[in-house]
Ligand binder design. Structure first.
Ligand code: ZN
Length: 256
């Protein structure tokens, strides 16, 4: 991080958090009343940095507002409460569409698109913009507990991309975390895939076993948005995400 960035952030965070932003969080972020004071305080800082440092653009008739910026930044920021990962420095632009849009292409890879499946609720491009449906982002903000959150999903992809590869393994905190991560992710992915092949159901929805990148993004949604379900059904997977994100979300969303 440059000295300039550091200085700018310090100045930004020295200002009081805008009262109308606080009102937006209280009104529309379902998780907000469930968070403890420490996490809320941290999230306010993360929101300010993300709102400030990204270029926000409304598309197809969306007029960009603080409400859109603050709510999307708050959900993206939930993933960074423990480790900031450079505040998504690989994401310069957030494009917001009114609702789900028609998928132009379907591809993935180091230079491709990672999208949210046939619903087309969002996309994250390698070193490019995050694209979100406002309708689905707002639903995600208001309704925690379903294991669905398009903002968590797309920003999880961008954490995965920090390694230079979109392979479902984001940069770990410690070198020796990779072994257990690979072991658990490989085993659980295979198990869940075989469950769907047999016509069964799982706490990780079927789109999550499309490939390893989607597995990381979809499991991130469940981990933060319906943590008790993930903990109960797949404790080993929960544990790996707990170590990676440095958070134990079941403590704030116990019935999620
Ligand atoms: Zn995806």
């Amino acid at each position: 991080m440059s000295i300039l960035t550091k200085h700018h952030r310090r100045k930004l965070l020295a200002e009081p958090f805008p009262a109308d932003w606080e009102a937006i969080l209280e009104q529309d972020l379902g998780i907000w009343p469930l968070m403890n004071d420490g996490d809320r305080s941290r999230l306010r800082d993360v929101v300010r940095i993300i709102v400030d440092e990204k270029y926000w653009e409304g598309c197809a008739g969306v007029e960009m507002t603080d409400r859109i910026r603050v709510l999307i930044a708050a959900m993206a920021g939930m993933l960074l409460l423990d480790r900031d990962h450079g505040y998504y420095h690989n994401v310069r632009t957030v494009l917001v569409y009114p609702e789900a849009y028609v998928q132009q292409q379907e591809s993935m890879g180091s230079d491709g698109v990672m999208h949210s499946g046939s619903a087309n609720l969002g996309e994250a491009w390698f070193n490019g913009p995050v694209v979100l449906s406002w309708k689905d982002s707002l639903e995600s903000a208001r309704n925690p507990g379903r294991g669905l959150n398009v903002v968590y999903h797309e920003f999880a992809h961008t954490l995965d991309m920090l390694t230079g590869m979109t392979n479902g393994t984001p940069p770990m905190r410690e070198r020796d975390h990779y072994g257990a991560w690979h072991e658990v992710m490989t085993r659980e992915f295979a198990d869940i895939r075989s469950i769907y092949e047999r016509g069964g159901r799982d706490v990780v929805r079927s789109y999550g076993v499309t490939n390893v990148a989607e597995f990381f993004a979809v499991t991130t949604e469940v981990f933060f948005d319906a943590p008790s379900h993930l903990l109960k059904a797949r404790p080993d997977l929960y544990e790996q995400f707990k170590v990676f994100y440095g958070q134990d979300p079941v403590t704030r969303l116990p019935d999620g």
